[in-house]
Write a protein that binds this ligand. Structure first.
Ligand code: ADP
Length: 296
């Protein structure tokens, strides 16, 4: 099984002619509410591809929490690990102007209350997980507890988003650490002395992960391990909306690693999944089935 530990948010989106400044009120479009959050997105992406997927997350006892549970179940995710209550469901308040520029306020809500004890209480989910995939929209102590809860032989995949410096214990467990350009630069900090993604991959690898993947949008990705650095070609598509591409990529990679593919093979498949995801609008709405990936 694939176990995703992470965030679940309701994305509340309003289109505006112009994003409001301080003290200003503007009128906007009708409200659109979409299920989101990196954990929820990854779980839906994996399940839609056909992966047996369990989500460990926390939502509020409210309408947004029910929306998230419904979207997980509709995609085929096992929601036994979705805890309810403790704070309102996490929310992202998003205004988008006609040029596509946005302003976003995130209220972590229940995501901030997914605590190490919740990880400890979910021990049986860890025993059954071949791969555990995590991001950083939950407390860092919880991520550390995930690392300590990994079953023998199970693999830890981390997308450090939003990026922040990571403890050595977490870095050392990553196999792989998956970063985009922005995340690579934040994790590298002062060590980012080059503009070449190959160099970022090498320097990141030297910080302790067993392997590293750098995603490069339309340029594809790079994989790095003790065997060296390899380019993963991108698939040429007409991109419509790149929201969620990284989540779809990570979910696909994690699933295929659990199925026994090599890192380079799994990344090549994940690049195809990411490519399909950018041809459609939205995050979870854009995630493909295995048939759609095969048809690309
Ligand atoms: P993030 O969404 O985290 O910033 P990326 O934009 O790097 O991540 O996208 C993740 C992966 O999705 C890329 O490595 C690539 O394989 C695929 N992808 C993203 N954008 C495109 C695109 N415009 N064309 C083809 N593939 C893409």
């Amino acid at each position: 099984d694939l176990l995703v530990v992470g965030s679940a948010n309701a994305d509340l989106v309003i289109g505006v002619e112009r994003r409001p400044g301080a003290g200003e009120t503007v009128l906007g479009s009708d409200l659109a509410v979409h299920p989101g959050g990196k954990g929820a997105n990854q779980a839906v992406a994996a399940a839609r591809l056909g992966a047996r997927t369990v989500l460990l997350a926390r939502v509020g006892d409210d309408a947004n929490g029910r929306l998230l549970l419904d979207s997980q179940r509709a995609a085929g995710v096992d929601t036994v690990g979705v805890l309810v209550g403790g704070a309102p469901t996490g929310v992202a308040l998003i205004t988008v102007d006609p040029s596509g520029d946005n302003s976003i306020v995130v209220s972590p809500g229940a995501n901030g209350k997914l605590f190490p004890v919740d990880v400890q209480a979910a021990g049986c989910l860890f025993q059954a997980a071949r791969v555990v995939s995590v991001q950083l929209e939950i407390p860092l102590e919880t991520v550390v507890e995930v690392v300590r809860s990994l079953a023998d032989g199970s693999r830890f995949v981390l997308n450090p988003s939003p990026p922040r410096p990571l403890p050595a214990e977490v870095l050392a467990a990553c196999d792989p650490l998956i970063v985009n350009e922005h995340e690579a630069k934040v994790i590298l900090g002062d060590a980012c002395v080059s503009e070449r993604p190959e160099d970022w991959a090498r320097i990141l690898l030297a910080k302790g992960p067993r392997s590293v993947v750098v995603t490069l949008g339309a340029e594809g990705a790079l994989v790095a391990s003790k065997d060296g650095v390899t380019r993963v070609p991108s698939v040429k598509v007409d991109a419509v909306d790149t929201t969620g591409a990284g989540d779809a990529f990570t979910a696909a990679l994690a699933w295929k690693l659990g199925a026994g593919l090599s890192l380079a093979e799994a990344a090549a498949y994940a690049a195809r999944v990411g490519a399909v995801a950018v041809t459609k609008k939205g995050a979870q709405d854009s995630f493909p089935t295995a048939d759609e990936v095969a048809a690309l």
